[in-house]
Design a protein around this ligand. Structure first.
Ligand SMILES: [Zn+2]
Length: 184
């Protein structure tokens, strides 16, 4: 309405919604598992000297499958699968079928472990794109089907995963669950 009381109208075609997120945080984020499974069954750096005798702490976060099979795993953001390997490989004995998603704008990576399926091929993926199926391949805790997800600073390289101490773990990794939740 103008000051003299005249009413005016504007076509929505000329209006643009302004997102309130800062431009540096643009891009869609998705939970790495379907919503009903998006709850931690084990937290980041949880202390457990039985399961993790070397440094006594869980290096990632776990989402439990609650006994279900065939649960899809999703790319949590637009990025690129920069590394993948199978359960039959040297690292696969521990990590099962696994793949790392690199998210360039944030220079962080997400390592998805213990997949039932072969991971998505190397190359670009979009947020929400399926990159595997939840499983219990490798040394999966108690044999239960779950996603073990590790957050790494930078573009993931498997050599980085040779941790030498708890301090080293803290320096290289972050709480992937807390980080993804902060973006949703
Ligand atoms: Zn785990």
């Amino acid at each position: 309405m103008l000051q003299d009381g005249t009413k005016g109208f504007c076509s929505a075609a000329y209006l643009e919604a302004v997102p309130d997120a800062p431009s540096s945080e643009k891009g869609a984020w998705m939970p790495p598992v379907p919503k009903e499974y998006f709850a931690l069954s084990q937290t980041y750096l949880n202390e457990d000297w039985t399961l993790y005798p070397k440094f006594g702490h869980h290096t990632g976060v776990d989402y439990g499958g609650h006994g279900k099979t065939g649960i899809p795993l999703f790319a949590c953001a637009d990025g690129e699968i920069v590394y993948r390997d199978l359960a039959s490989s040297a690292w696969g004995a521990q990590l099962g079928n696994h793949a790392a998603l690199y998210v360039p704008p944030l220079d962080r990576s997400f390592l998805y472990c213990h997949m039932a399926s072969e991971p998505h091929a190397l190359g670009p993926v979009g947020a929400g794109e399926q990159i595997g199926i939840m499983g219990n391949t490798g040394t999966s805790a108690a044999g239960a089907i779950h996603l073990h997800l590790e957050g790494f600073y930078g573009r993931f390289m498997i050599a980085e995963r040779t941790f030498i101490s708890l301090e080293d773990i803290k320096k290289k990794t972050f709480d992937a669950d807390a980080f993804i939740r902060s973006k949703l």
